[in-house]
Ligand binder design. Structure first.
Ligand SMILES: NC(=O)c1ccc[n+]([C@@H]2O[C@H](COP(=O)([O-])OP(=O)(O)OC[C@H]3O[C@@H](n4cnc5c(N)ncnc54)[C@H](OP(=O)(O)O)[C@@H]3O)[C@@H](O)[C@H]2O)c1
Length: 319
């Protein structure tokens, strides 16, 4: 298949393109930052510079390259400063999830593209009630915390627009598996504490497993939403000490909810104490997906051991 990967130079894109090439697909990979063309080419793709927020350029690129499938992996999260107001930090990404998705869907429709797969997110989105682990059929949080409403709305928009168009939205867990993963710096510096009882549930996914699920989704018929997460959704109080240890960092600090609310905002309290995890049963069953890193327990060690100050073992590929 000719596959158009929007965001081929990003954290997931650079894992996805080689897996697609290995499966015999021809890949057109887009990048945004000048200088990333060579990086995309080296992965085995035809490289094109593209701003997804320029709908005319998107139309032109898709019509000219005549893909059979489109994968939307564009976000704008590199070097983003996560502030108390998540919507401010995520504003450019929210536009990529709404306007960018619309532009790709419109271009794909005009070009007769048959398959569409887009990046969505599983963590911190399900309703904060009932059991700890949620399926795709469970309700999303009807009242996201202040400062995260636009971000939640953008992800809902993407899920709906993509599935209405017959495509697949992949709700990935928290990515890890590269040396520059977002949690690495804060955990090393002990800036990421256990809040309250640390009972908020997180779902993670190794980037290599996320890419493998994406390849399978492209080969799958029918619209749908899939949680792409590992087998072990877990409370922060369990996974954070394991991550700190894998990074060779000191154990995380504990802070009470009131202090976390004051310093980091309501979103941090929600993630640390109330959020729910996601189930991967549907993706395994319907996509035939199996994981190389079924749990963050072995995944964190594989990803980070070689980067820790003590450098105990060789880790997996780092970006
Ligand atoms: N599920 C998750 O946990 C999750 C999801 C996404 C990202 N992240 C994390 O966030 C960090 C940054 O992610 P990242 O390295 O993938 O960088 P990123 O800045 O989010 O970029 C992702 C991709 O989107 C492209 N892009 C950015 N703006 C664009 C635009 N206006 N039009 C078209 N394409 C655009 C980028 O191109 P250029 O690279 O050429 O600029 C890149 O190919 C990583 O640590 C990653 O793991 C986590």
């Amino acid at each position: 298949m000719r596959v158009f990967v929007a965001g081929a130079s990003g954290a997931i894109g650079i894992r996805l393109v080689p897996q697609l090439v290995d499966q015999g697909h021809q890949v057109i990979g887009t990048f945004r930052s000048p200088g990333n063309a060579e990086r995309v080419r080296a992965l085995g793709a035809e490289a094109i510079a593209l701003d997804l927020l320029d709908a005319r350029a998107v139309r032109k690129a898709v019509l000219e390259t005549e893909p059979e499938a489109i994968v939307h992996q564009a976000t704008a999260l590199a070097d983003v400063r996560i502030s108390r107001n998540l919507d401010r930090s995520f504003a450019p990404t929210n536009r990529l999830r709404t306007e960018g998705t619309d532009a790709l869907l419109a271009a794909g429709r005009e070009a007769g593209v048959r398959r569409f797969v887009a990046q969505s997110f599983a963590s911190f989105r399900y309703a904060r009630e009932g059991g700890p682990v949620k399926t795709e059929d469970d309700p999303l949080d009807p009242t996201p915390v202040a400062g995260a409403r636009e971000t939640n709305a953008a992800m809902r928009y993407l899920d709906q627009a993509v599935t209405d168009a017959g495509g697949i939205a992949l709700r990935y867990g928290g990515f890890y598996g590269a040396a520059n993963d977002g949690l690495v710096g804060p955990v090393r510096k002990r800036h990421f504490p256990i809040v309250g009882n640390g009972g908020g549930i997180s779902s993670f996914i190794h980037l290599d497993d996320a890419a493998a699920a994406t390849v399978l989704a492209l080969e799958h018929y029918g619209a749908g939403i899939y949680n792409i997460v590992d087998d072990e959704p877990a409370p922060v109080r369990e996974w954070l000490p394991v991550l700190a240890s894998a990074l060779g960092a000191k154990p995380p600090r504990h802070v009470p909810r009131w202090l976390a609310r004051l310093v980091a905002g309501e979103g941090a309290v929600m993630m640390g104490t109330e959020s729910r995890g996601a189930s991967n049963a549907k993706a395994k069953r319907e996509l035939g997906w199996s994981l190389r890193y079924p749990s963050w327990r072995q995944g964190f060690v594989a990803a980070y051991a070689s980067t820790s100050p003590t450098g105990r073992t060789q880790g997996s590929s780092a970006r």
